[in-house]
Ligand binder design. Structure first.
Ligand code: DMJ
Length: 640
C-alpha cells in the first residue's frame, strides 16, 4: 500500500493565469483584500519581487560589463592609458541617464486597415496549413471507418461482431446486431449518409424482432451499446428537437420506440431483485432476469446505466427508467467506502459490496466515470438534489490520489495501481488499459466541459480542479507511453510499472528507443490489444479542454499504428494477440467499440471543436453522445 502521498499538491505546477496576468499593484491590493488567497498571492508577489531584483541585477551587470569592454577595447585601439576606474563610473552613470531619457524606438506604425492586410500573413498561412493537415487526417479516420464498416457489411451484417480474417460474423453480445447500433451515430457524426441508411434500415426492419425473440443478454453491455446507440441516434437524427445531423435513415421516433421496448425488458433486472441493485443478466424474450452464476454483479455495471435511463425518461416522458437507475446510485451513496473507493463486486441479493478488491480497471472503471457524468447530466434539473454525486466523485478522486497513484522507476511515469486485497494490503503496480478513461474523466470533472482557458477566465477552477487537471495530463502521457513503448506502437491490455518494490526483467514492450522501456513491464498474458478506445477518448477530451496540439499528435501516432498493424485488406480491422512482436499475431475479431468509440473519438479529436461540444453533450461510456441539460418531463427522483 502506498504510505506517503505519492501525488499531492506539491507535484502540481500552479499555473493559474489568474495570477500570472495580474499587475504587481493589483496583486498587493488583492492580497490585502482577499484573505483566503493570501498564501498564493504572497508566494506570487515574492516571486515577482525576486524576479524584479534579478532583472535589476542583470541590467547593472550588463551595463557594467558592456562599459568595461567598450573602454578596454577603446583603450587598446587608441593605445591611450586612461583612468579606467573613473571612466567606468562616469560611463555607467551616462548609460543609466540615457536609458531613462531615450524614447524607445518604435516599429513603423500601420493603420488598422493596413494591419489587417499586411497582418500576420505567415502566421495565417501556417494556421491554414495546420487546419488542412488535421482535415486530411480526419478524412483518413473517416476512410478507416468506411473500411471497417465495409468488412462488417460484407461478411457479418446483422451479427454482433465481425471476424475479419475468417470472414464470419459472431454473436458475442446476445445477437442484437451490436455493431450496427454501436456504429450508427459515428456514421451520423461523420456525415456518411450511405452507412446511416444501411444501418438505419437494418435497425428499422430487424431490431425489434430480435429484441422480442433473443435470449440472454448482459444488462450493462446492452444498455451502453444498444440502448445508448439508439438514444444517441434519436437525438442526432432530430428527435427531441435535436441537431438533425443525420438526414438519412428512419425517423427519430423509430429509434425511440425500439429503445423503449428494449428498456422495458431490461427493467426486469431491477424488478426481479429484492434490493436496489439489479441482476446482471436479462432474458429478453420473456423479460426475466437473473444474477450471474456467482450471484454477484460488477460495481461498474450497476452504476453505468443511469445516463441512458435518465435520458430515455426525459424523451419518453415516462419517469420509470430514470427512477430505477437513480435508485442504484442513491443506494451506493449509503454503503461504506474506503476514501470514496469501492470494491469491484456487489451482491444484488444483500445490496452490499462483496470482497475487498479495489481498482479503476475492469469492473470498477465506469462507476467513477458515471458519478461525475450523471451529475453533469442532472445538475440543472429542478427535480431533486444531485450534489451527492459530485461529492462522491470528489471524495473518490481524493482517494485515488492518496491510495492508488504512484510514479514509476526510473523515469517517473504517473500511474494508477490496484489494491487487490483491500486498503490494508499492498499496492499492485498493475494498470489496465481500461484505466485510461480516467484522464478524460478527471479533465471533464475539473472544467465541466469548458476549455481550461474559459474556466480560468471565469474564475471557475478550484485548486483541486487544477490538481485533477494536472493528474489528468500526467496520466494521459502514461497512457500514450503504453503505446509507444511497444514494437507495434499499440498498447497492451494490461501494463505493470517498475517501482522500488517491483521489477521483472525481460518483459519490456520491445521498443528499445523508448525512454520508458524500463518503466513499463508487459507480461506475456497481457500483450493483446482489442482496439480499445480509452486512451484516444482521453486525448480527445484533453485536447478539447487544454487545446494542446500534442494530444492530437499522439492520437495520430496511435491511429497510424492501428492502420499499419490491424487493418485487414478485405475489410475490417482486427484485435491483436501480441503488440510486442512484429508482425503481431492477429486475433480475428473486430470489437463493436472500434466503430462506436475508437474511430469516433479520433475523428472528433482531429476535427472542429464545435462538433458535439463537451459542455452541451455527455458521452455515455460507449461514446454515444446524449444532450445536456435534459429537457422538460424529466423526473429523476429515486423514490416513487
Ligand atoms: C466499452 O464497452 C466501454 O467503454 C466500457 O466502459 C469499457 N469497455 C469497452 C471499451 O474498452
Amino acid at each position: 500500500m502506498s504510505k506517503s502521498l505519492p501525488y499531492s499538491m506539491k507535484d502540481v505546477h500552479y499555473d493559474n493565469a489568474k495570477f500570472r496576468h495580474r499587475s504587481f499593484f493589483k496583486m498587493v491590493t488583492q492580497t490585502l483584500l482577499t484573505s483566503n488567497r493570501r498564501r498564493e498571492c504572497v508566494s506570487c508577489s515574492t516571486g515577482k519581487f525576486l524576479g524584479l531584483l534579478l532583472i535589476f541585477g542583470l541590467t547593472c551587470l550588463m551595463l557594467t560589463h558592456a562599459n568595461k569592454t567598450h573602454s578596454v577595447s577603446d583603450g587598446i585601439a587608441k593605445g591611450i592609458g586612461t583612468n579606467e576606474e573613473h571612466k567606468e563610473v562616469t560611463d555607467v552613470g551616462i548609460r543609466f541617464k540615457k536609458l531613462f531619457r531615450r524614447a524607445p524606438r518604435l516599429p513603423p506604425r500601420l493603420s488598422p486597415d493596413e494591419k489587417v492586410s499586411h497582418g500576420n500573413i505567415t502566421g495565417k498561412l501556417n494556421e491554414l496549413d495546420v487546419e488542412e493537415k488535421w482535415k486530411a487526417r480526419q478524412q483518413n479516420v473517416k476512410d478507416a471507418f468506411t473500411h471497417a464498416w465495409s468488412g462488417y457489411k460484407k461478411f457479418a451484417m446483422g451479427y454482433d461482431e465481425l471476424m475479419p480474417e475468417s470472414h464470419h460474423g459472431v454473436d458475442g453480445l446476445g445477437g442484437l446486431g451490436a455493431t450496427v447500433v454501436d456504429a450508427l451515430d459515428t456514421a451520423m457524426i461523420m456525415g456518411l449518409d450511405e452507412v446511416v441508411s444501411e444501418a438505419g434500415s437494418w435497425i428499422e426492419s430487424h431490431l425489434l424482432e430480435r429484441i422480442n425473440h433473443k435470449g440472454q443478454v448482459n444488462l450493462f453491455e446492452t444498455t451502453i451499446r444498444v440502448l445508448g446507440g439508439l438514444l444517441s441516434a434519436f437525438h442526432l437524427s432530430g428527435g427531441d428537437q435535436g441537431i438533425a445531423i443525420a438526414q438519412k435513415g428512419p425517423k427519430p421516433a423509430i429509434y425511440l420506440n425500439i429503445a423503449k421496448n428494449l428498456a422495458d425488458r431490461l427493467l426486469s433486472a431491477f424488478t426481479s431483485s429484492l434490493t436496489a441493485i439489479p441482476f446482471s443478466d436479462v432474458v429478453l424474450r420473456d423479460s426475466s432476469a437473473h444474477s450471474a452464476p456467482d450471484g454477484l454483479s460488477s460495481t461498474s455495471e450497476v452504476s453505468t446505466l443511469q445516463l441512458e435511463f435518465n435520458y430515455l425518461s426525459a424523451i419518453s416522458g415516462d419517469p420509470k427508467y430514470g427512477t430505477k437507475g437513480m435508485k442504484v446510485l442513491e443506494h451506493l451513496k449509503t454503503l461504506p467506502k474506503v476514501e470514496g473507493l469501492v470494491p469491484i463486486y456487489i451482491n444484488p441479493h444483500s445490496g452490499e459490496f462483496s470482497g475487498n478488491n479495489i481498482r479503476l480497471g475492469s469492473r470498477g472503471d465506469s462507476y467513477y466515470e458515471y458519478l461525475i457524468k450523471v451529475w453533469l447530466q442532472l445538475r440543472t434539473t429542478q427535480d431533486g438534489n444531485f450534489t451527492y454525486l459530485y461529492d462522491m466523485y470528489e471524495e473518490a478522486m481524493r482517494g485515488v490520489k492518496h491510495m492508488l497513484v504512484q510514479k514509476s522507476v526510473p523515469s517517473e511515469l504517473v500511474f494508477v495501481g490496484e489494491l487487490p486485497t483491500g486498503p490494508k494490503g499492498y499496492l499492485s503496480p498493475k494498470m489496465d488499459h481500461l484505466v485510461c478513461f480516467l484522464p478524460g474523466t478527471l479533465a471533464l470533472g475539473a472544467t465541466k466541459g469548458l476549455t481550461k482557458e474559459k474556466a480560468m477566465k471565469d474564475n471557475l477552477l478550484t485548486f483541486e480542479d487544477l490538481e485533477n487537471l494536472k493528474l489528468a495530463e500526467d496520466l494521459a502521457k502514461t497512457c500514450f507511453e503504453m503505446y509507444s513503448v511497444t514494437s507495434t506502437g499499440l498498447a497492451p491490455e494490461i501494463a505493470y510499472f517498475h517501482t522500488k518494490d517491483y521489477f521483472e526483467d525481460g518483459l519490456d514492450g520491445g521498443n528499445k528507443s523508448s525512454k520508458y522501456v524500463k518503466d513499463i513491464i508487459i507480461k506475456h498474458a497481457d500483450r493483446h490489444n482489442l482496439l480499445r478506445p480509452e486512451t484516444v477518448e482521453s486525448l480527445f477530451v484533453l485536447y478539447r479542454i487544454t487545446q494542446d496540439q500534442k494530444y492530437r499528435e499522439w492520437g495520430w501516432q496511435i491511429f497510424e499504428a492501428f492502420e499499419k498493424y490491424t487493418k485487414i485488406e478485405s475489410g475490417g480491422y482486427t484485435s491483436l494477440d501480441d503488440v510486442t512482436i512484429i508482425p503481431p499475431p492477429k486475433r480475428d475479431k473486430m470489437e463493436t467499440f472500434f466503430l462506436g468509440e475508437t474511430l469516433k473519438y479520433l475523428y472528433l479529436l482531429f476535427g472542429d471543436n464545435s462538433v458535439i461540444p463537451l459542455d452541451k453533450f455527455v458521452f455515455n461510456t460507449e461514446a454515444h453522445p446524449l444532450p445536456i441539460p435534459l429537457g422538460k418531463g424529466t423526473n429523476m427522483k429515486a423514490s416513487m
